[in-house]
Design a binder for this molecule. Structure first.
Ligand SMILES: [Zn+2]
Length: 418
């Protein structure tokens, strides 16, 4: 079998420059693709109907809807008949909608879409839909259209938007029980309509990957939850799909950067929480400001020095030493709380009192992550896309499902160039 495409082009006043010559070719790409697909699908239909040795196609399993029979004859085949509209990465094309009928029962069916693995009512196969969705998730829809045009595609930005939304709706994340029980959760502001100047919050849950998974996906972590909503609450939506898997884990390590709310949905989970140690001094600076502590005064320095000391926890292998260290740390933090109480710094005292338990978890437990640095890296991936333009909450969620799925969960992994 051989497919031959004739490319007819009559030059008229073409400036002789490689780019200009290629531009002429690019303009013809959608039509070339159209003819190529038409020929391929026609040959595949021949192979299906005649079984005449053209079996170089890995044909899908096409059976009569009525009787399940696999003997077919052509009803209409070739040009002049009805056409099927399809979408490719180069643009929309029209190919003959080949119709066949069942030799056993006479039922008719259109076979172009099934032969190309395009679902009924869809215009593109799954891989094309996902690629278009990804293109829209990687950069702004306008840029996607422009870059597509440079490479010969005539799709417009709304097409990328539509496929991204649709594909996003079909993606969900949850904790994988076969990956390590090490999680980080955090939220980031995103610009959404109707949510005032601050917009709304995208909450992200990430799970550390085993070495094998990391090698396959190219990422040290995977996204295990994604939710969009207001700044306060909403953690139940983030953890909801994973609660069953989490409840079965012996112990779950979760790093957060401070919001106690996070834990509300995790009643039935044996969760050990680690406050992000990087955030502690930053948040303490804020409470000290609220307490109107003098930045150059000895009290301020005493408290900050104590806090930096408390968050510099080295990993220690020796179990007894670790226990001793934990006890010492606890006494130091409690002394610091007493100091704040006694020196007119109630906000800072309250902050430390609230954080003290989660602060020490990594010392007790040699926890994998002492900060929320992994999820914060993920947040940068979110912000680089979502801060272009303004979104509906659903739109922002969908685009990030695709985007994060690609960067962290192996979605369309074969497109990754690293
Ligand atoms: Zn039949």
């Amino acid at each position: 079998m051989e497919i031959t495409l004739h490319f007819q082009y009559t030059p008229s006043n073409v400036r002789m420059q490689l780019g200009d010559v290629v531009d002429v070719f690019k303009e013809n790409i959608p039509r070339l693709v159209e003819r190529f697909v038409s020929q391929i699908v026609s040959r595949a239909a021949d192979a299906l109907v005649k079984g005449d040795g053209e079996e170089r196609f890995r044909l899908p399993d096409i059976r009569c809807r009525c009787c399940g029979g696999q003997g077919f004859a052509f009803k209409s085949h070739g040009s002049g008949g009805p056409m099927k509209h399809l979408t490719t990465v180069f643009g929309d094309i029209e190919v003959p909608n080949i119709r066949i009928y069942c030799k056993a029962c006479g039922a008719r069916m259109c076979v172009t879409a099934p032969l190309l693995d395009v679902a009924p009512k869809a215009r593109a196969d799954e891989n094309t839909r996902n690629q278009l969705a990804l293109a829209g998730a990687l950069t702004s829809f306008r840029s996607t259209q422009t870059i597509g045009g440079i490479f010969g595609s005539n799709l417009d930005k709304t097409t990328f938007w539509r496929y991204a939304q649709k594909a996003g709706e079909g993606v969900s994340f949850q904790v994988d029980p076969d990956e390590p029980p090490v999680l980080e959760a955090d939220g980031t502001g995103i610009p959404t309509h109707g949510d005032g100047k601050r917009g709304s919050e995208l909450k992200v849950l990430v799970q550390k990957c085993s070495d094998t998974t990391a090698e396959a996906s190219g990422s040290q972590c995977r996204v295990a939850g994604l939710a969009v909503g207001s700044y306060i609450g909403g953690w139940d939506r983030l953890f909801g799909p994973s609660l069953e898997a989490l409840a079965k884990m012996e112990v779950v390590h979760l790093a957060i950067d401070g919001e106690a709310d996070v834990l509300k949905p995790l009643d039935n989970v044996n969760v050990k929480v680690q406050r992000c140690l990087w955030h502690i001094p930053h948040q303490a600076k804020y409470t000290l400001w609220e307490d109107k502590a003098d930045k150059d005064g000895p009290e301020y320095r005493h408290v900050m020095a104590g806090i930096y000391e408390a968050v510099s926890t080295a990993y220690v292998d020796d179990g007894d030493l670790r226990l001793l260290l934990a006890i010492t740390r606890k006494q130091e933090v409690q002394a610091l709380i007493g100091y704040c109480d006694g020196h007119g710094m109630p906000k800072t005292a309250a902050y430390l009192r609230n954080a003290q338990h989660d602060l020490l978890m990594c010392v007790y437990d040699r926890m994998a992550g002492r900060t929320t640095s992994i999820v914060e890296r993920v947040m940068r991936t979110v912000n680089m896309r979502v801060n272009v333009g303004k979104w509906s909450r659903k739109g922002a969620l969908n685009i990030n499902k695709i985007r994060l799925g690609f960067y962290y969960n192996g979605f369309l992994n074969y497109l990754r160039v690293s």
